[in-house]
Design a protein around this ligand. Structure first.
Ligand code: A3P
Ligand code: MG
Ligand code: MG
Length: 371
């Protein structure tokens, strides 16, 4: 029998539960071949292609044929996050204090659930007082294939792979692999021809809290605004880069407002203070770049008539759900966290009576036993 938790937004209206500002305590990089490194080597610096508010017309499809695309058919579980946590624990000689460890993407799905009717499936297991949550990879592969097929049917001439490329192309156009002063003019001016490679990523690992639950989250951050402060835990001026279709009608504005919820949650969870939106034509030409303060987005929604979401509800729902989840996953084995598309509840049930599935690596368990 599954335990269930309602996602009905009406239940979570009210002043927001407390949340802790996310603090980065560790990080790692994937290089151009998606090889893991315990360092900051894949950080990028934000530097837009032209001064803001000037007319632009840049082809975001250019270079699609040479796109070096990450092979996401492999299930990477939580492996890189666990390696990074184990390294941190070896330095501090004590286990981290999080109640829950997961990728930022999983928390984004949970926080968005009251206003988003997408389905999701995750696997969870408890180990030494911490719950580890991964995405159910088989579900993700199936869902992506279905979404691509739907998109091809609905949107007409542009293949979904090309539309996905636009987002990565925008990142390449707007970032530098070194700070501006250390980058050649040739690189800066030649970025339209740079090969786009999404194997490369910098991931920030933060400690944060929602309601009574302490979380350790790992997630990709796109670029730095200026530089990383020397002091650990100090706020970092990260920027999140996003693309979106130009807003030409009230209907477009409504859909953009809906998208803003995911932009906000994703950035809020890692403490990313600024979101840079590249607006594009329907056929993928970048025409305008706009900067937004992450913190201002939920307030802007509050003053929007018929707003499609409410940030306080997202936070209150997540606070309640996480507390409930910690009581529900009260035994050994592997548990499934599932939300069926359009369903009004999240279900949690056990799928394996013992062990930790492939959620936690042996390497990590052996490491923890020593602590
Ligand atoms: P856009 O969000 O600008 O479309 P992120 O913004 O999270 O750093 O991701 C970079 C790009 O990866 C996205 O750019 C999009 O092209 C692609 N992407 C991210 N998540 C995706 C998803 N769930 N499905 C399809 N594409 C995705
Ligand atoms: Mg990114
Ligand atoms: Mg981005």
């Amino acid at each position: 029998m599954a335990a269930t938790f309602s996602v009905d937004p009406h239940r979570y209206v009210g002043r927001s539960e407390p949340f802790k500002r996310p603090k980065e305590f560790a990080s790692f990089s994937y290089d151009k071949d998606h090889k893991f490194h315990l360092n900051d080597s894949s950080i990028k610096w934000y530097y837009p292609p032209h001064p803001l508010n000037q007319p632009l017309y840049i082809d975001l499809s250019k270079g699609f044929s040479s796109f070096v695309k990450h092979d996401d058919s492999q299930d990477e579980h939580l492996d890189s996050l666990l390696k990074t946590i184990a390294h941190h624990e070896s330095e501090t000689k004590s286990p981290i204090d999080a109640n829950i460890v997961t990728w930022r993407g999983m928390m984004t799905k949970i926080m968005a659930a009251p206003f988003d009717d997408d389905g999701f499936e995750m696997n969870a297991t408890s180990y030494r007082g911490t719950i580890f949550i991964e995405e159910n990879h088989a579900f993700k592969v199936k869902r992506n294939a279905e979404q691509n097929a739907n998109q091809s049917r609905r949107r007409g001439p542009i293949p979904p792979e090309v539309m996905q490329f636009w987002g990565y192309k925008f990142e390449t156009l707007c970032t530098l692999p070194r700070p501006w002063g250390e980058t050649s003019r040739d690189y800066i001016e030649g970025r339209e021809d740079e090969i786009v490679n999404n194997n490369e990523q910098y991931c920030s690992v933060v400690r944060t809290g929602i309601g009574k639950t302490i979380l350790c989250l790992g997630g990709e951050v796109d670029a730095l605004w200026d530089s990383k402060p020397r002091q650990k835990g100090a706020p970092i001026n990260w920027v999140e880069l996003k693309t979106s279709a130009e807003i030409r009608s009230a209907n477009d504005q409504f859909f953009f407002n809906k998208k803003l919820m995911k932009f906000w949650i994703q950035s809020f969870l890692l403490g990313v203070p600024k979101i840079i939106v590249g607006f594009r034509t329907r056929d993928g030409f970048l025409t305008k770049i706009e900067e937004m303060e992450t913190m201002s987005i939920p307030n802007k929604m509050k003053s929007t008539p018929n707003a499609p979401w409410d940030g306080d509800v997202c936070i209150n729902f997540a606070a309640g759900f996480l507390e409930w989840l910690r009581q529900t996953i009260n035994d050994d084995g592997v548990w499934r966290i599932r939300r069926l598309p359009k369903s009004y509840e999240i279900e949690v049930f056990r799928i394996e009576e013992a062990g930790h599935g492939e959620i936690i690596t042996d390497e990590f368990m052996n490491w923890r036993i020593k602590l």
